[in-house]
Design a protein around this ligand. Structure first.
Ligand code: M6R
Length: 602
């Protein structure tokens, strides 16, 4: 997800742009750039890599321009490179733009512009914007903006500078975020509130289909047809940390609620016309692999178990999922015909990183699924696929997990395709993933119910999560989440294993959370659960829309999804359950005792 900042006012713009971009680093990026403007013209600087790389190229105090735009780019069209970085300028170097989003009809526009003699420097979709503005500009930038934005399809938040108005920034947005702000010292634009909160608490959230003109003292808002709009200003009554919490009581709750968007972002550009696009996979040779390891820790390990289950279903190569802390010491059979897939939110987990290094030394091909851009695991892997969940601050992993599930599904389907294996339900799964943000939202709507059920734990010390087959992934994750944030002892069992021991623990009012979403085994799971009910257990059943469950008092039904994807909606319910259990018990939800967000020690 790209990040945008803009400023025009009395102060030097560069430090404001850079500090804003720093606050937007959580969005992820692979290059950064700025344009400053004054009566001498445009000054643009871009760098591939981190913001620090850009700063190192600039002697910040020596730039006195008071108007500028900044950008961090997350590559979608065209590789991460200096040429593809923003800002983009026209040939005369009189107009400069930054863009966040995807211009879906850019190819047609590019062809038209080329026919008119425009030359393109980059592979990006964004560059068409600056040339369109150049084409339409006849001294009135707002008119040129109007003609340009009305031609664009897709999502965009755009900031524009021009040498004809060196103290003005023009902006426009549709389906990508844009916040405007004003203070005594100037006016601001950014992709998110924390980027400007240091300077002003008076913000205006630009709506889809709106443009604005920012001068040092004023912000004027217009429709895409240049009709003036009355601006709706909001005063932000909280500080940067609270702003980062976005009005939620805790980061964990915020991150639980961010999942529809996180999944959407993770899938963005990766499923098109029924085809899966995963960057850089062609670097690897999947035809030669004869053994596969999925390796991770904690919640990410649960995503590994899910990935391994799909892999075993579809691909005829022996595979296993191993906890990274065990993998290192189990003398695994790894050679150049081995594929190792590492999953990690932080990309810094010591055990996972050490396992990755070991497998590389032994010649394995390596893929990592990582959330934090540029992290150690990302850098050390042959191929890195990013979950685009945004920063996960709460110790308990939530949105990282569901985005991992979505991304590994694409990965395993793609490996099957590259090995020439037909997966009969591929189209259904891709469609199911595309619908997943809505499904997840429907699960979030059940928060009151989950709060009520979490209340069952009020006087309980234990909880038992049970399920079979893929439901076992949700079972493991639900139990871990409950343990870590509420400190209630929770165990995860295969439903069929209960009678081999653990059922001895079930007594009156013991809380059992049972999952029965897998059609081939749901009825069997239900009869296992009935065995616990017969011993007085207080059972909460999560099942599908049509599964008969007449004996159950507390039943939650998930929407119609492909059974292989059911783990995502079920997980949302279990996250809410754990969250409310922790709140009920007065725990420090975001920072549970004894735990760290990033476990960089063995
Ligand atoms: O950053 P990673 O995904 O590699 O972290 C792995 C585990 O430490 C992590 O998932 C941990 O289990 C979480 N606290 C679970 O909520």
């Amino acid at each position: 997800m790209c990040g945008i900042t803009a400023f025009t006012g009395k102060d030097a713009a560069l430090p404001i742009l850079l500090s804003g971009l720093e606050k937007l680093e959580y969005r992820g990026y692979d290059s950064a750039g700025i344009t400053l403007v004054d009566d001498k013209g445009l000054f643009t600087k871009k760098a591939k890599g981190r913001l620090k790389d850009l700063e190192d190229m600039l002697d910040v105090p020596s730039f006195h321009q008071t108007t500028g735009i900044g950008h961090t780019r997350w590559a979608t069209h065209g590789v991460p490179s200096q040429l593809n970085s923003h800002p983009h300028t026209n040939a005369a170097n009189t107009i400069s733009i930054v863009h966040n989003g995807i211009i879906e009809n850019y190819e047609g526009i590019k062809a038209n512009l080329k026919a008119k003699g425009y030359e393109f420097q980059s592979e990006t979709d964004s560059e068409v914007i600056v040339h369109l503005l150049d084409y339409y500009y006849d001294g009135n930038m707002l008119e040129a903006m109007k003609k340009t934005v009305n031609q664009l399809e897709g999502s965009f938040a755009i900031c524009v500078l021009s040498t004809d108005e060196p103290d003005t920034v023009y902006v426009a947005k549709t389906a990508s975020p844009m916040v405007l702000g004003k203070s005594e010292n100037g006016t601001f634009a950014a992709s998110d509130i924390p980027a400007i909160l240091e300077y002003t608490k008076d913000v205006l959230i630009l709506e889809d289909g709106q443009m604005a003109k920012l001068t040092p003292n004023e912000i004027s808002v217009y429709t895409f047809h240049c009709e003036p709009v009355e601006a709706k200003w909001t005063h932000i009554p909280y500080d940067i940390e609270a702003a980062q919490k976005g009005g939620y009581d805790t980061f964990m709750l915020k991150e639980i609620y961010e999942q529809p968007e996180a999944i959407r972002e993770t899938l963005r550009g990766r499923i098109e016309k029924g085809e899966i696009h995963l960057e850089d996979l062609e670097k690897l040779d999947f035809t030669k692999i004869n053994r596969v390891y999925f390796v991770a820790c904690g919640t990410a390990w649960h995503a590994g178990i899910y990935a391994n289950t799909l892999f075993q279903k579809w691909i005829d190569v022996p595979s296993i999922c191993v906890a990274a802390s065990e993998f290192r010491y189990s003398d695994p059979h790894v050679d150049d015909k081995t594929l190792c897939v590492y999953i990690s939110q932080s990309g810094e987990t010591a055990d996972t990183l050490a396992a990755l290094k070991m497998s590389k030394e032994k010649g394995a091909q390596t893929i990592s699924i990582v959330n934090v851009l540029g992290s150690s695991i990302a850098r050390a892997s042959d191929v890195t696929l990013y979950t685009c969940a945004g920063p996960e601050i709460a110790v308990a992993s939530t949105k990282a997990f569901t985005t991992q599930l979505a991304l590994v599904t694409l990965l395993i389907l793609k490996i099957a395709e590259l090995r020439g294996t037909d997966v009969a339900c591929k189209a259904e799964l891709l469609e199911g993933l595309k619908q997943m943000p809505e499904v997840v939202s429907a699960m979030l709507d059940k928060h009151e119910l989950m709060k009520e059920y979490a209340g069952f734990l009020k006087n309980q010390q234990d909880a038992y999560f049970i399920g079979r087959q893929l439901d076992y992934v949700s079972v493991l994750e639900g139990a871990l989440k409950l343990k870590e944030v509420s400190y209630v002892h929770a165990d995860a069992y295969f439903a069929g294993e209960l009678k081999h021991g653990a059922i001895a623990l079930i007594e009156k009012d013991t809380v059992v959370i049972a999952m029965a979403t897998q059609p081939e085994v749901a009825a069997k799971t239900i009869s296992n659960i009935e065995e616990t009910m017969a011993r007085g257990a207080n059972v909460i059943l999560i099942t599908t829309k049509d599964q008969p469950a007449p004996k159950f008092k507390y039943v939650i039904r998930i929407p119609d999804v492909h059974p292989l994807l059911a783990v995502i909606p079920v997980t949302i319910l279990l996250q809410l359950f754990a969250y409310y259990a922790a709140v009920e018990k007065g725990r420090d939800v975001d920072k549970p005792r004894n735990l760290a967000k990033s476990v960089t020690v063995e």
